[in-house]
Design a protein around this ligand. Sequence first.
Ligand code: NAD
Length: 341
Amino acid sequence: ILSMSKILVTGGAGYIGSHTVVDLLDNGFEVVSVDNFDNSSQEALDGIERITGKKIKNYQVDICDLDALREIFREHNILASIHFAAYKSVGESVADPLLYYHNNLAGMVNLLKCHAEFGIKHLIFSSSCSVYGNTDVLPVTEDTPWSEAESPYGRTKQICEHMIREYAATQPDQSFVLLRYFNPAGAHESIEIGEAAQNKATNLVPVITEVAIGERPELLVFGDDYPTRDGSCIRDFIHIMDLAHAHTLALQFLIAGKNPNQSEVFNLGTGKGTSVLEAVKAFEKVSDQLLNYRIAPRRSGDVVSVYADYQKAKELLGWNPERTVEEIMDTAWKWQQKVST
Ligand code: NAD
């Protein structure tokens, strides 16, 4: 079955998409990508080829264009889709909510329409820990109730999850995995691909490496008076290749029909919270340099502390995060040095 059918990856040139494509190819899957390069470029696909020796077919198409998306499903025998293509900046979504509702929701609707029309068996969706909002239940399990989304971005993830479940109820032959990522960071060990966003970085790790390389003057640590062990916010950083591998496992799980429920949700994090200041220290250790940072006032909309209980992914997918925060910082720093020279 694998030799005939392909996996459609939306957003295959993006950060998580490109690393996942490498893991899929390494595990014998054939991949077709659709990415309009809104936040990525051909360079990521070239990097994938240098790592795997395989050339990836990418359609430079906007998935909000239903006819163009349909054409791809017509051309290939697609077994499953992995849906990464979306906008992801929390701040930008607050500034321009309609941009986010349009791209993230219309893209999801179109993909599901194609799944219905072409009878596609499986879907894996990129959700986020932001669906939980500001929760005080820690660690977060898949059953932790959702709070109000902190941003339009977070709300698009909540809506997409609802949309998938409601669609699933009409498609008893199809199955779904919803992956709630915590804080993906780092790069492939080869440093051929990494986080290469066209838009300005907003996540902590790329901001740290940009400060270190001199592309930003300093890191602002928003708040050191939170009720945490050192006063800074706590996040759950997950190495990008550990995260990527979870997609391969989820795909194998769906194909083998091992899912107890038609739709299964998994948290993907390490289960260990790392504070912003601990992340800075880990960077300083692996890079052997001090980072220029300054404590700034708390930033509104920031969740104080969030980390995952990933027991379910461990039990049902056999997934285990293997890489440390130091390995995240080490690969992120090597990647930064490579792209800045
Ligand atoms: P990314 O921006 O690097 O990748 C998304 C890719 O999708 C980009 O290459 C972009 O060009 C493409 N794209 C966007 N809209 C498109 C459209 N309409 N048509 C075709 N292509 C389109 O982001 P990422 O970090 O790889 O995130 C992938 C997914 O994971 C997103 O859905 C994001 O919301 C989700 N996620 C990311 C994080 C994170 O911290 N990076 C955390 C939780 C969830």
